[in-house]
Ligand binder design. Structure first.
Ligand SMILES: [Zn+2]
Ligand SMILES: [Zn+2]
Ligand SMILES: [Zn+2]
Length: 487
């Protein structure tokens, strides 16, 4: 009854349907809600192959653990808008130009179809691994020795005990407080059952080769797994090739990574010729862009501010309030300032958790012994410690070191085919798992809303709009709120 979720018999169905082909049942039932306004509510109940009813995710997780099931937690969803049965296929095979564009690399086939014109499939080598652009690019820090692992023995479902998930939580805790909130709600800096609730701008730390957890079952391994949801590359009417979902996909699901050659920013600048397949790996940029978006009321941002009391200091309040001049450059200058807590900065570009912790301790000591430079008078040790923990000196960390971009032009994966939309259903999340070098996160795509089978998957290249030097390109995404320009 049990089966590997990547078994070929599941290639043409939703991963959420695979358990249902192996004795599980998923029933939508109407239950008494208890509230006066909505006395009835629709809920999903799973029935395990033995007939046991399971009402929520932790129960499913428990069941999978106890039965040592090969099904993983992301094969289940209680989201009632998802229809697990739908799978879209092209009936007229003459439109299917390639049965599997990945050539077997992805584990599930990625068909390429063209119902629009005669354009031949794009020529590129398919790879789901990233690689050196050329010999001049040094990637020595992509190495298990540059990671630290957790000591969990099971599936890392308890984030409080998993050191890897604690790293993610610590990294977001180092941001200014207002960036840790989505409106009034504190953001969840974790995967929950392999689902991403909100973008974690400081990056996610997944489990890795140093961890002792169960590789396949671990809840904290998402983007390092193969693609799970069946998708198709198709010719769009207006925007070249695009990617569409062949099944319903719940919000927060991993879609694929953006894979290609890794090269330094400087090298990319020299090449210049064809940067339409470039993606920035820059976590610092990601943080700054969000800060900038908050400063500019004309740019829609997902991240609101916490209450006034949430700001760390006068300095940060200045960032947010701005001074009325909010040109992009101005805002950028302002946002680059992330309070320097240590004049020496972090010396090493690549730090394991241990060395980082050690440095942090040293910083703490330094702070305690030296308060001449700080302009704010602090009340006591408690608040000083808090301040040090809350702001991370990104500038010092990245100082004088090469930053990287991904170039997916010649060789890459499905990620390069995702089009832009001003109303996207996919967002980028930076993830670290084969190195903890903050310059080399993976660029991973996650859905931000429930996606229906047949929908095109698009992300917002918005950050490029903020660069005034880039040549303008017009946008044809068709969204009501379209900004009409892509670059
Ligand atoms: Zn763990
Ligand atoms: Zn781990
Ligand atoms: Zn783990």
């Amino acid at each position: 009854m049990d089966s590997d979720p990547y078994d070929s018999k599941f290639h043409h169905c939703s991963p959420l349907h695979s358990p249902l082909m192996c004795g599980w049942r998923r029933k939508k039932v109407t239950m008494k809600g208890g509230k006066r306004r909505s006395p009835w509510k629709k809920v999903i109940i799973y029935f395990a192959p033995c007939g046991k009813p399971l009402y929520e995710m932790p129960e499913v997780g428990e069941y999978l653990r106890e039965t040592r099931s090969m099904f993983t937690i992301d094969c289940f969803t209680f989201s009632e808008e998802v229809n697990t049965e739908i799978y879209i296929s092209v009936t007229d095979k003459k439109y299917v130009k390639v049965d599997d564009f990945s050539g077997g690399v992805e584990g599930i086939p990625i068909p390429l179809v063209n119902t629009v014109d005669d354009e031949a499939p794009p020529k590129m080598e398919y790879s789901k691994r990233r690689f050196q652009f050329d010999q001049t690019v040094s990637l020595g820090s992509i190495n298990r020795d540059f990671c630290s692992g957790c000591s969990c023995e099971g599936d890392c479902s308890d984030a409080t005990k998993c050191e890897c998930q604690q790293l993610t939580m610590q990294s977001i805790a180092r941001l200014p407080k207002h960036l840790q909130y989505n409106g009034k709600e504190k953001m969840i800096p974790l995967y929950e059952n392999r689902v991403l609730h909100n973008k974690v701008i400081s990056g996610m730390y997944e489990c890795n080769d140093q961890c002792s957890c169960h590789r396949k079952a671990c809840h904290n391994r998402v983007v390092q797994n193969n693609i799970k949801y069946p998708m198709q590359i198709f010719k769009t009417a207006q925007s070249g090739w695009g990617v569409r979902a062949l099944t319903d996909i719940p919000s927060g699901s991993f879609i694929c990574n953006y894979v290609g050659a890794l090269l330094t920013n400087d090298l990319a600048d020299q090449l210049k010729n064809d940067d339409q397949y470039f993606a920035d790996l820059d976590l610092k940029d990601s943080v700054e862009t969000h800060k900038m978006m908050e400063n500019d009321p004309d740019i829609d941002a997902d991240y609101g501010y916490g209450g006034d009391s949430e700001y760390n200091s006068e300095e940060e309040r200045e960032h947010v309030d701005g001074d009325g001049e909010d040109s992009a450059d101005d805002a950028r200058d302002k946002t680059v300032v992330m309070k320097s807590t240590n004049k020496n900065g972090s010396s090493s570009m690549v730090e394991t958790r241990q060395t980082r912790r050690k440095e942090q301790e040293e910083k703490d000591k330094e702070e305690k012994g030296d308060d001449g430079e700080e302009d704010d008078e602090e009340d006591g040790e408690e608040s000083k410690k808090e301040q040090v923990e809350e702001v991370f000196n990104w500038d010092a960390y990245f100082k004088d070191s090469a930053l990287f971009v991904v170039d997916a032009k010649q060789r890459g994966n499905l990620g390069r085919f995702l089009n832009h939309s001003c109303e996207p259903n996919v967002q980028v999340q930076h993830v670290l798992y084969d190195t903890h070098d903050l310059r080399l996160p993976w660029v991973a795509f996650f859905t931000t809303k429930p996606v229906k089978a047949g929908d095109e998957l698009c992300w917002d290249y918005a950050y490029t709009v903020l660069n005034p030097d880039v040549e303008r390109l017009s946008c044809h995404c068709g969204a009501k709120t379209c900004r009409r320009r892509l670059l």
